[in-house]
Design a protein around this ligand. Sequence first.
Ligand SMILES: NC(=O)c1ccc[n+]([C@@H]2O[C@H](COP(=O)([O-])OP(=O)(O)OC[C@H]3O[C@@H](n4cnc5c(N)ncnc54)[C@H](OP(=O)(O)O)[C@@H]3O)[C@@H](O)[C@H]2O)c1
Length: 294
Amino acid sequence: MKILITGGSGLLGQYLNLELSKYHEILTLYNHLQRNCKDFNSLQVDICNIENLSQIFSSFTPNVVVHTAAVSTPQRADAVPTKTVYKTNVTATENLAKLCERFNAKLIYTSTDLVYAGYRGSLLTEDAKLIPISLYAETKLMGEEKIKSTFDNYIILRTALMFGFGLNGSSCFFHQMYDKIKSGEKVRLFYDQFRSPLSVLEAARTIKFLCESDIKTEIINFGGPERLSRYELGLMLCKSTGFEENLLDKISIFDIPDLPHVADVSMNVERLKSFGVILKSTKDSLKEVLVSKR
Ligand SMILES: NC(=O)c1ccc[n+]([C@@H]2O[C@H](COP(=O)([O-])OP(=O)(O)OC[C@H]3O[C@@H](n4cnc5c(N)ncnc54)[C@H](OP(=O)(O)O)[C@@H]3O)[C@@H](O)[C@H]2O)c1
């Protein structure tokens, strides 16, 4: 299979490069930093440039496109011009969907759990109310809508908070938390925001499975099997590593005034499992992540 990856230098993208290249021919796209893309068939391209994307589709003719490139957090989206966020998260996603339709490729798109209303219960199913409250989440949802209105050969993955170790300088909250606790620094962690944390290793493996499957026209909650706060994940980390639990400072989402207050976007992952995906427990995923660091 020929698989085109966008966001190949990101947290998830680099794990996808490693996982998908074991079994398939890949072309991975990066923007500013090359990171592990240098070890693979890769190209530097701004996904907002439709001509460049068109040329890539013409020459590589992918069977599957895994689209992870994005202005990828609420904080980043608030720090760059709205136009840039829109162009990257919405227009480029629409262009990719149109190119996939033209070249008969399947599109796998990493949306976010933050599209859900964060105050309407726990373990939300895919048909739960969508009320994105950040520019980031709103544009990711618009990306979903553009895909759905273009064609039907897609899988939209409403992705949970991912945890793991960022490769080659990429990072995530878990990696930062690990480094701080390891060096004896205190970390402040929300006890009152709930997600369904998913290991980045599990995410890459599952995306490989989805690339190879016939599944299409699906919106799928893409999370781990448990509803947890960051504080609870921190406790799990301390228990697995022997790090000091008293370095974890419990804070509320309301302690950070400018943050969009999303209390609970934990997801029901039965649909994901119904396709044959077997998810490790969070504890086992955490162990796997810790072993991968050695
Ligand atoms: N990480 C999570 O916990 C999480 C949770 C839910 C959903 N998601 C979604 O999952 C996907 C991957 O997340 P991630 O954490 O791996 O993100 P990430 O580490 O921030 O990586 C995003 C990648 O997108 C690239 N990119 C941004 N703008 C681009 C442009 N104009 N042209 C080409 N590439 C561009 C970035 O390259 P440069 O840095 O060089 O610009 C980077 O390699 C994103 O779509 C995100 O919305 C992530």
